[in-house]
Design a protein. Structure first.
Lengths: 364, 129
């Protein structure tokens, strides 16, 4: 099967990015080095082409009500121009995907989903509309998505003429909110969201020309192009889950320690009955290593060297220069002494169990 | 992107280089390999005295995003290990052909003929990139 290309594909090749197949797309994995790219996002500003992500537009009188019914987190009650992170579950509580829903108004909602789940999500969501007056459009092929992330991201958006200084202040454009902006007649949706833990923006662009223009101007103004490898390190440093790793088809959000995203008190949503009485089987743990790099699939052991779980994501943290990981541990095997070990090939290393994210990003 | 393929070295298809002087083979990973791996951040080294057969995994090299086995290009006994790399694995990125990993006292120099020449290895890389 031929890989899909984003509108910036040629730009990535010109920049000599390492390209690889991801979720059916040819995507940039890294441009310069993962270390440079991660540091740029933490200290200055990095730009990511994440146009592989899927976008669904929900419109109609019941749009916000419908999305509230679909997802486990609160949505109907949130104000216009707000974004909400949520799992998308089946009746049995298992996770189909995790997503961000952007409430443009009660009649218009944009949902951003993982590229690898576009088909699965679309068939699920479009099968749930019977009781609602909504129409659904798959915009995944129409929208490009640029993520502009890092402490200098507001400055960069001002320099690019996307937003004025007064429009970008936290008071008028807070974290997890959105703005509609017209650039040369094209309606952009700009969200103060991201997957790095830093202050940053995601720009949904329906115009290939403007996407290309923003990309090249951002680079000219000092934005560091960043690939998916840096993106994964950045999200893991701040302990954001990734579908296919911490979340999957066979577990519920409660198994991945995402209780805060499941609003049991909401009047009705898919999975409510099941999740209301569900006792989680797993607990998501944050484990760091001084020596060795934890990787997905490695065994997590207790002090008696019994296997109690598995690493779901692991990497070397660029900011901390040590191995960091998230893992799912069987809840009834969670060690009372809170001592955890990770097996790396023939060796067993004691890990330090953390209750806070490994790194604190700068977003407000 | 262009890579270095020094003509005085021999290569494996798994991207190790080796240089044989009398019966001691010096082994490292190639410029192509380090570039494909990206930032190398960790190396797991064997102990001196370990016996290896051609094709055996003798260690592991890790970049931020990947884990790769290191394979012995020749059979013999590992007589020396570049322990300095444990604290400076990034040297392999900077100078792959100066950053030797192990030295093997080979059991037979005949195996050398089964390895790739720099030309052969270069075309192997072109096919696989």
């Amino acid at each position: 099967m031929e890989l899909q290309k984003t509108v910036l594909s040629e730009d990535h090749i010109k920049l000599e990015a390492k390209m690889a197949a991801f979720a059916g797309f040819s995507m940039p994995i890294q441009y310069t080095s993962v270390k440079d790219e991660v540091s740029s996002v933490r200290e200055k500003v990095g730009i990511f082409d994440v146009s592989h992500m899927g976008e669904f537009l929900v419109t109609g009188p019941d749009a916000a009500k419908f999305v509230d019914f679909l997802i486990t987190n609160d949505f109907y009650e949130v104000e216009n121009n707000k974004a909400v992170y949520s799992p998308l579950c089946r009746e049995d509580g298992t996770v189909i995907d995790d997503l961000i829903a952007y409430k443009i108004s009660n009649e218009e909602v944009l949902i951003c989903v993982n590229a690898s789940n576009i088909k699965k999500d679309w068939s699920w969501i479009s099968s749930q509309t019977q009781k609602f007056d909504v129409s659904l459009t798959d915009k995944s092929q129409d929208y490009s998505l640029l993520a502009i992330q890092g402490p200098d991201s507001p400055k960069l958006l001002i320099e690019l003429g996307v937003l004025k200084k007064e429009e970008i202040e936290q008071s008028s454009f807070p974290y997890y909110s959105i703005k509609k902006v017209s650039i040369e007649g094209s309606q952009m949706i700009i969200a103060r969201t991201g997957y790095t833990g830093e202050d940053g923006f995601e720009v949904f662009s329906p115009s290939p020309e403007i996407t290309k223009q923003l990309w090249s101007q951002a680079i000219k103004n000092g934005g560091q192009p960043c690939g998916l490898a840096a993106r994964d390190v950045l999200r893991l440093e701040v302990c954001y889950p990734l579908y296919g790793h911490e979340l999957a088809d066979h577990i519920t959000p409660l198994d991945a320690s995402l209780k805060w995203t499941v609003k049991i008190k909401k009047p009705s949503f898919i999975g409510k009955d099941f999740l209301s009485s569900y006792e989680p089987k797993y607990k998501l743990v944050k484990l760091a290593l001084e020596k060795g790099i934890p990787r997905e699939g490695y065994n997590i052991l207790n002090s008696k060297e019994e296997i109690i779980g598995k690493v779901t994501s692991g990497t070397l943290s660029v900011m901390l220069n040590k191995g960091i990981s998230l893992g799912l541990v069987e809840k009834d095997k969670f060690p009372k002494d809170k001592r955890f070990f990770i097996q790396i090939r023939k060796n067993i290393f004691e890990a330090s169990y953390q209750t806070k994210p490994f790194f604190k990003g700068g977003h407000k | 992107m262009s890579h270095l393929f020094p003509s005085h070295l021999k290569f494996t298809e798994d991207h190790e280089w080796t240089e044989l002087k009398s019966d001691i083979a010096t082994v490292g990973i190639t410029d192509f390999a380090q570039s494909a791996l990206g930032d190398i951040v960790y190396i797991e080294l064997p102990e001196a005295g370990t016996e290896v057969s051609k094709g055996d995994s003798f260690g592991v090299v890790e970049s931020i995003k990947s884990v790769s086995d290191l394979y012995s290009p020749l059979s013999g006994t590992i007589v020396e290990v570049n322990m300095a790399l444990e604290d400076s694995a990034e040297k392999i990125n900077e100078a792959p052909y100066d950053s030797w990993i192990i030295k093997i006292k080979v059991s037979s120099t005949d195996e050398l003929d089964s390895l790739l020449t720099s030309e052969g290895y270069k075309s192997h890389c072109e096919k696989n990139s």
